[in-house]
Design a protein around this ligand. Structure first.
Ligand code: ZN
Length: 477
C-alpha cells in the first residue's frame, strides 16, 4: 500500500510531497513513493464525454481505423457472414481516398438483406441500408437523402433507439475501465442514446465520477411540471442540461455565416430558434440550473452568446465545442463568464493542412478555428474534453500543442490545467477534483519522463503509475 508520494510540481518545478488516506490526499507521511523522475499530474477530467454511449458501443464495430470506403464495404460483407446486424461507428470519410459517404446502394450490394447502420464519427449523420429501412419500417421523410440512406441529427438517435429497443444492451464496465486506463477519473456525460436508469448511474459511479447532463426534453418537462431540485442530485452528483444549437462541420450541419466552401448552397442548420433558446435560458435561471449548449459554427455561436445575455450570473453556463468564434464572440464569452468547453483532439483530427476542416471551409477559415491561446488569455479558463473522438486526453493535449497557428498553441502544463483544474470548475468539482493538493481526491498519474515541449513525445508517453481514489490501477491495456 502506498502511503504517500513525492513528485515535482510541473507548474512550479518544485518538489512536493503528499500523503494518501482513504482515497484522499493528506499531509505527507514519512514513507513515500519517489515519483520525482516521472511527470506527475492530476487524473484527467473529461468535461465533454458520452460515457454511457461509449460503454454501450462496446458491442459495436469501431470504424475509426478503416482507411477507405472500399475497405469498409469489404468489412461489412465479411462481418455479415457470421452476424445478422452490422452496427458501425466512428467512420470518417474525410480521411479516405474516396472522400465520400458510402451510399445505400453500395451497402446493399455487400449486405444482402441484413440491416446495416454506419454512424459518422461526429454522431450527427448516419448511413443505413435497405435491410434496416425495411426492418424498422422507416418512412422517407425521416431522411435527409432517402435514395442514399442518409439521416442526420435527431433522426439518427430515433433510429438507433428503435433498433436498440429490439435488443438488450447495457453499459459495459470493461469499456469504462478502458477509459480509466487512459487516466480519466471523472467525466461529464453530455447525453446518451438511451437515458440510463439510476441503477446504471450508480454502477458507473462506483468506477468513475460521472456527472450527468440531461437533454432538452427533460428541461421542457421540468418547466411544465414545475421545479424539482432533486433531479439535480444523484448521490451528490450535480447535473445540468445539454442543449444543441447546431450540428457538425463534417456533416455540414454546423451553422455558418458564410456557406461551406465545398457546398455553396449550404450554411448548416440552426436547431433552436433564438426566441426558444431565450425561453430555455430563463427557465434555467428559475431552476438555478447550469446549461451546456452545443455550438460549433460561427453563426450558432453568435445566436447562443446573444441568448446568454439573459443568463443569471453564477450558474457557470457552458458553451460546448465553441470551434469557430470571432474575436468579438470571445470578448462576449469572457464578459458573461460563459465557460468554453472545447475538444483539442479535433485540432489533431481535422484542423491540420489538407484535413476535413480545410475541405469544408477553406484554409483561411479552418486555420482560425479553436483559437485556444486567445480564448485562454481572455476567458481565463477552458474546460477540455474529448467527445470520445477518440477519448485519449494525451492525444487531445497533443492537438492543443500542434494548432496550425503557432501563437494559438498551448504549452503542456496549460493544456493539462484545462484537462484538470478548469474541467473540474466546469462541473462544480473544483474543491474535490483536478488538483494535487491536501483534501482532494487522490486520483493522479505518473507519466514516463518525456520532453514535455515535444508534442509527439507527449502523445506517446506511457502512463507508468495510475491511482484512482487512492488505489493503484493497472494500466496495461
Ligand atoms: Zn458530444
Amino acid at each position: 500500500m502506498v502511503l504517500g508520494i513525492e513528485f515535482i510540481d510541473i507548474r512550479t518545478n518544485e518538489r512536493q510531497a503528499l500523503g494518501i488516506r482513504k482515497g484522499f490526499f493528506t499531509s505527507p507521511p514519512g514513507k513515500r513513493l519517489d515519483l520525482t523522475r516521472n511527470i506527475v499530474i492530476p487524473a484527467f477530467i473529461d468535461a465533454h464525454s458520452h460515457v454511457i454511449n461509449y460503454t454501450m458501443k462496446a458491442n459495436w464495430i469501431d470504424l475509426s481505423n478503416v482507411k477507405s470506403k472500399r475497405a469498409l464495404l469489404n468489412m461489412i460483407q465479411e462481418t455479415l457472414n457470421s452476424r445478422n446486424l452490422f452496427l458501425g461507428y466512428n467512420f470518417d470519410e474525410s480521411t479516405w481516398s474516396e472522400r465520400e459517404f458510402p451510399t445505400r446502394r453500395e451497402v446493399d450490394e455487400v449486405s444482402g438483406n441484413k440491416p446495416v447502420l454506419l454512424l459518422r464519427i461526429d454522431g450527427h449523420l448516419a448511413v443505413v441500408n435497405s435491410g434496416l429501412i425495411e426492418k424498422l419500417k422507416l418512412p422517407e421523410n425521416m431522411f435527409k437523402d432517402f435514395g442514399n440512406g442518409i439521416i442526420v441529427e435527431d433522426n439518427v438517435y430515433i433510429v438507433i433507439r428503435k433498433l436498440l429497443s429490439k435488443r438488450k444492451l447495457g453499459p459495459s464496465i470493461k469499456a469504462l475501465q478502458s477509459l480509466l486506463k487512459l487516466g480519466i477519473a471523472a467525466s461529464a456525460d453530455m447525453g446518451s442514446i438511451v437515458e440510463p436508469s439510476d441503477k446504471i448511474k450508480k454502477k458507473l459511479s462506483r468506477c468513475m465520477e460521472v456527472y450527468f447532463y440531461y437533454c432538452l426534453e427533460s428541461i421542457e418537462r421540468q418547466i411544465q411540471e414545475g421545479l424539482d431540485k432533486t433531479m439535480f442530485k444523484y448521490g451528490g452528483i450535480i447535473t445540468g442540461f445539454k442543449l444543441i444549437a447546431d450540428g457538425s462541420i463534417g456533416a455540414k450541419t454546423a451553422y455558418l455565416f458564410e456557406p461551406y466552401s465545398d457546398d455553396p448552397s449550404c450554411r448548416g442548420l440552426l436547431l433552436i430558434p433564438e426566441e426558444h433558446l431565450e425561453e430555455l435560458i430563463k427557465a434555467a435561471n428559475r431552476l438555478e440550473a447550469q446549461l451546456a449548449i452545443h455550438a460549433i459554427g460561427d453563426a450558432a455561436i453568435d445566436v447562443v452568446l446573444n441568448a446568454y445575455r439573459w443568463a443569471k450570473p453564477g450558474l457557470r453556463h457552458r458553451i460546448e465545442h465553441f470551434e469557430m468564434p470571432h474575436d468579438d464572440h470571445i470578448d462576449k464569452l469572457a464578459k458573461c463568464h460563459i465557460i468554453p468547453s472545447m475538444q483539442p483532439n479535433f485540432i489533431a483530427n481535422w484542423q491540420q493542412r489538407g484535413g476535413l476542416y480545410e475541405q469544408r471551409l477553406g484554409w483561411e477559415r479552418a486555420k482560425r478555428m479553436n483559437p485556444l491561446a486567445t480564448i485562454l488569455a481572455k476567458a481565463g479558463l477552458i474546460a477540455f474534453g474529448s467527445d470520445n473522438m477518440p477519448s485519449d486526453p494525451l492525444y487531445g493535449i497533443y492537438g492543443a500543442m500542434t494548432h496550425p497557428i503557432e501563437s494559438e498553441r498551448l504549452r503542456f502544463a496549460e493544456a493539462v490545467q484545462c484537462y484538470t483544474t478548469h474541467a473540474a470548475y466546469s462541473i462544480f468539482a473544483e474543491n474535490k477534483l483536478g488538483e494535487l493538493r491536501e483534501g482532494y481526491v487522490a486520483s493522479f498519474l505518473a507519466l514516463e519522463s518525456v520532453d514535455i515541449h515535444n508534442p509527439k513525445e507527449v502523445r506517446n508517453a506511457r502512463i507508468q503509475q495510475l491511482f484512482v481514489r487512492g488505489k493503484k490501477i493497472s494500466c496495461q491495456a
